[in-house]
Design a protein around this ligand. Structure first.
Ligand code: DSN
Length: 408
């Protein structure tokens, strides 16, 4: 093997094993999921869909993709599933291509309030090809303000409304969004990349039957391979499939699709339900501890797997805090807070979440300890003794709750 890459892969695996991952969009996929990705399925070209491929030799690939589709449909109670998008961004791009024309109007969720780059950021294709306006959260409550959503929708008359979260810590009320979308005759799309696992387990309200189309990734709370997914109503199936291929993608990655099928199999188990329930208990325990330590989470808490901490009053940049935590083996990401006065590269918040540490087996007690370590670092940024103690605690916790024991 290429020793240079081998050594670097080993280092990265060790980093993942020895660190506390609090980035809410990251997780540890099972060995079965990882193994499916590392198979010769990667060698096969299968442009098209099961039963309608451009190349020969796809009889087993068809069975694999059909299994993935059926499992996804059943899990999410969806009429149609497309498992080919390489990522969440590509899933979103395919939806826009399927339902809209360049220049059409979209009402999206403001990035600082919890949206995503592909929901209309001017530096993303979405903001350049489509005409976006945004709703945000209420300045006082930091919750989505439905009166504002409705007011903007009535004035702007979008063709598509997006409900989503990458950093919004409260339940998304798909039913209320659906009522607004109906009033203005807009399609309603949910991007559930972050909360897909919670939705499957019944820990978050389902976007169906309220949304016309739902996009997701498969690697966050869903704990599968890195990839995307689109679910939709039957009447949109053909448009969505055509938009994914040949619209924006060529050959699908069937090794990843096999891994998605494995992930869907795992997600149908009772253990997965318990895991999702524990994710929420753990996130709530962390939010409580942060509050106790005088660090405010946006909207004062969480209903889901994540929270954004407002660190604007602690005298250190969020990027500095992110970097110093990394040195201790605690991984977070700096994140905008609603109405942030600071720039996106160095915003006023720190986003933390519980999915990866819950996979390790952490319960509320350990999560409170972890929140205490993060809070201690934020409040005592230059205190070497506190930092050393935190580093030792990370070692103790990762040793007590090992992950990927089969990787050396
Ligand atoms: N979905 C983003 C995140 O939440 O980390 C990355 O694009």
């Amino acid at each position: 093997m290429d020793n240079e890459i081998k050594k670097l892969i080993e280092k990265e695996i060790a980093r993942q094993k020895n660190g506390l991952v609090l980035i809410p969009s990251e997780n540890y996929a099972s060995l079965e999921v990882l193994q499916a990705m590392g198979t010769p399925l990667s060698n096969k070209y299968s442009e098209g869909y099961p039963g309608k491929r451009y190349y020969g030799g796809n009889e087993f690939i068809d069975e694999i993709e059909n299994l993935a589709i059926e499992r996804a449909r059943k899990l999410f109670n969806a009429e149609h599933a497309n498992v080919q998008p390489h990522s969440g961004s590509q899933a979103n791009a395919a939806v826009y291509l399927a339902l809209l024309k360049p220049g059409d109007k979209i009402l999206g969720f403001d990035l600082a309030s919890g949206g995503h780059l592909t929901h209309g950021s001017p530096i993303n294709f979405s903001g350049q090809f489509y005409n976006f306006v945004y709703y945000g959260v209420n300045r006082e409550t930091e919750l989505i303000d439905f009166d504002e959503v409705e007011k903007i929708a009535l004035e702007f008359k979008p063709k598509l409304i997006i409900v989503s979260t990458t950093s919004y810590s409260r339940f998304l009320d798909f039913q209320k969004f659906s009522a607004i979308a109906k009033k203005v005759n807009a399609y309603l799309m949910a991007d559930i990349a972050h909360i897909a696992g919670l939705v499957i387990a019944g820990e978050h309200p389902s976007p169906f039957p309220f949304c016309d189309v739902v996009t997701s990734t498969t690697h966050k709370t869903l704990r599968g391979p890195r990839g995307g997914l689109i679910l939709c109503k039957k009447e949109l199936a053909q448009k969505i499939d055509k938009a994914v291929f040949p619209g924006i993608q060529g050959g699908p990655m069937e090794n990843v699709i096999a891994a998605k099928a494995v992930c869907f199999f795992e997600a149908a188990s009772p253990e997965f339900k318990k895991y999702q329930h524990q994710i929420i208990l753990n996130a709530k325990a962390m939010a409580e501890e942060f509050l106790k330590q005088g660090i405010r989470a946006v909207s004062n808490g969480t209903d889901n797997h994540l929270m954004v901490l407002d660190i604007s009053s602690f005298g250190h940049d969020s990027r500095e805090i992110q970097n110093k935590l990394s040195e201790l083996g605690i991984y977070v990401n700096c994140n905008a807070i609603p109405f942030d006065k600071k720039p996106p590269f160095n915003p006023s918040g720190i986003r933390v979440g519980s999915p990866a540490i819950t996979t390790r087996g952490f319960k509320e007690e350990e999560c409170k300890i972890v929140a205490g370590l993060v809070a201690g670092m934020i409040k005592n940024f230059d205190d070497e003794k506190i930092l050393e103690e935190a580093g030792n605690k990370v070692k103790e916790l990762t040793g007590r709750f090992p992950i990927y024991k089969d990787f050396s």
